[in-house]
Design a protein around this ligand. Structure first.
Ligand code: EPZ
Length: 437
């Protein structure tokens, strides 16, 4: 199990380029199910969740080729024949977003067998709203032996109002609607840029969609979709994470290849906390900080509000801010797993229900800490970048799910980060797997 060894104290100076958005890539790859023609996706990040999705599609009979094409990462997908439209538990249990194949499978094959994803570290993560919407579109869905058994000769259009705003719920039903008979009206939709990215891909494939990015999306079903070549968005959460890294280390860091329009809430809170941010180019954001940070409250909301996926990273930042910051997590019921590890490094944080109270500034000392989920990992790495001494951040496979070559990117801006294999259990010297990267 890989670990990071991080020596804190270096300000991040220079430039870091972000990769493609994991949370765009996952629905866009699932969209390949909707056509028997070839789909070419550019800017797909090489991260564990993408590899999991590749395995999932291949297990159903799709051909998926990941290659470093001229445009960075290029992924060629062909679901010419789906020999086995089953999303098996062995794969689904490792990535909840596997439920994104449910709508497309029913739309394409008229049937689907998808393992129930189960919860994860940050919450129960139900998909009841996906199921409710698909049933309204004519699917019969039963739950048997931990699987959803779904069938529908052909889905028909429906008027669906989501009880709660759900990102993958919106994406799942959008993909179901594009091949449904008639018109579908989706209300109370998620407005995240990843939904807009998916809708743009589906449109390039021949779908008839209006309103993506607003809370109301109207879809006119078509009889078939064709292949396309499409470049997905840059990852706004990866970009936000690096902006926080520049601020927390009192650095001068330019994040390139991002879309500043997707980061307005994050930039606003970083400026409120005392960082200086400007945009030297249309696809770049520069963050500077003198290390003097002000306490800042955040309350996570659906887009365009402050993203829950940036909550853990921002909490690490405000441990260094002068005063008391209140952090309210409104989206997931258990997204404070990073708190205890930050406290072990010296942070002063108290949790009461969905609100964390952070008293700063607190001097962080290096420690051995353990990752619990993707964004909690990022929080611990940020803390280790400023802690005095050498921290060991364990179980970084959580981080590898959504951050591509994170240690190379951070090292390129001056951080002292090394990825180590299982250094604490070498049975003999030749077996210890130090991999100095
Ligand atoms: C997406 O998850 C993202 N994942 C998450 O990113 C992100 O944190 C989340 O949206 C919120 O922005 C992907 O896009 C692959 P939701 P998703 O459905 O779609 C409840 C990361 O770090 N809900 O918008 O699963 C749910 O319990 C990951 O990259 C239902 O009750 O989140 C939650 O409280 C973590 N029933 C709220 O809605 C449903 O059927 C929002 O969840 C669906 C959701």
């Amino acid at each position: 199990m890989d670990k990071f060894v991080i020596r804190g104290g270096n300000p991040l100076i220079g430039t870091i380029r972000v990769s493609g958005a994991k949370n765009s890539a996952l629905p866009c790859m699932a969209a390949a199910i909707l056509t028997d023609e070839e789909l070419i996706l550019e800017n797909i990040p090489q991260v564990r969740d993408i590899e999991t999705e590749r395995k999932l599609l291949a297990s159903m009979g799709a051909q998926v080729e990941m290659c470093a094409g001229v445009s960075g990462h290029e992924t060629i997908l062909s679901c010419h024949s789906l020999s086995d439209p089953v999303a098996k538990y062995e794969i689904v249990k490792t990535m909840r977003a596997s439920s994104l194949v449910l709508g497309p499978l029913i739309a394409r094959a008229g049937a689907a067998r998808v393992a129930m994803p189960g919860g994860c570290a940050i919450g129960g993560r139900p998909i009841d709203l996906h199921i409710k919407g698909l049933e309204k579109m004519g699917a019969t869905i039963e739950q048997k032996h931990g699987y959803l058994e779904a069938s529908a000769p052909r889905l028909h259009g429906a008027h669906i109002v989501f009880d709660k705003i759900t990102v993958t719920g919106t994406e799942d039903l959008l993909m179901a609607a594009v091949l449904a008979e008639g018109e579908t009206l989706l209300e109370n939709c998620a407005r995240e840029p990843e939904v807009v990215d998916l809708a743009a891909l589906l449109t390039a494939m021949g779908a008839d969609i209006r309103g993506a990015g607003t809370s109301t999306i109207r879809v006119r079903g078509v009889s078939r979709l064709h292949g396309a070549r499409y470049r997905i968005n840059p990852d706004r959460i990866e970009a936000g994470t690096f902006l926080v890294a520049g601020a927390i280390t009192a650095g001068d860091l330019t994040v390139v290849g991002c879309n500043p329009k997707h980061l307005r809430a994050v930039v606003g809170k970083l400026e409120e906390a005392g960082a200086v941010i400007d945009s030297p180019a249309p696809d770049a954001l520069r963050v500077r900080s003198n290390g003097k940070l002000r306490a800042t409250d955040i309350s996570t909301e659906e887009y365009p509000g402050f993203p829950t996926d940036m909550q853990a990273q921002f909490m690490a930042l405000v441990t260094q801010a002068e005063g008391v910051s209140l952090i309210k997590e409104n989206i997931f019921e258990n997204r404070f797993m990073h708190v205890q590890e930050l406290v072990r490094m010296g942070a002063n944080i108290k949790v009461d229900g969905r609100t964390a109270t952070v008293q700063g500034p607190a001097r962080l000392s290096a420690a051995a800490v353990m990752c619990s989920d993707l964004r909690a990992s990022a929080s611990l790495v940020l803390a280790a970048l400023i802690a005095d001494g050498e921290s060991i951040v364990d179980r970084v496979y959580h981080m590898d799910r959504g951050y591509e070559q994170i240690e190379e990117k951070l090292r390129g801006a001056g951080a002292e980060v090394q990825r180590m294999g299982n250094v604490f259990a070498p049975r003999s010297p030749e077996l210890s797997t130090h991999t100095r990267v």
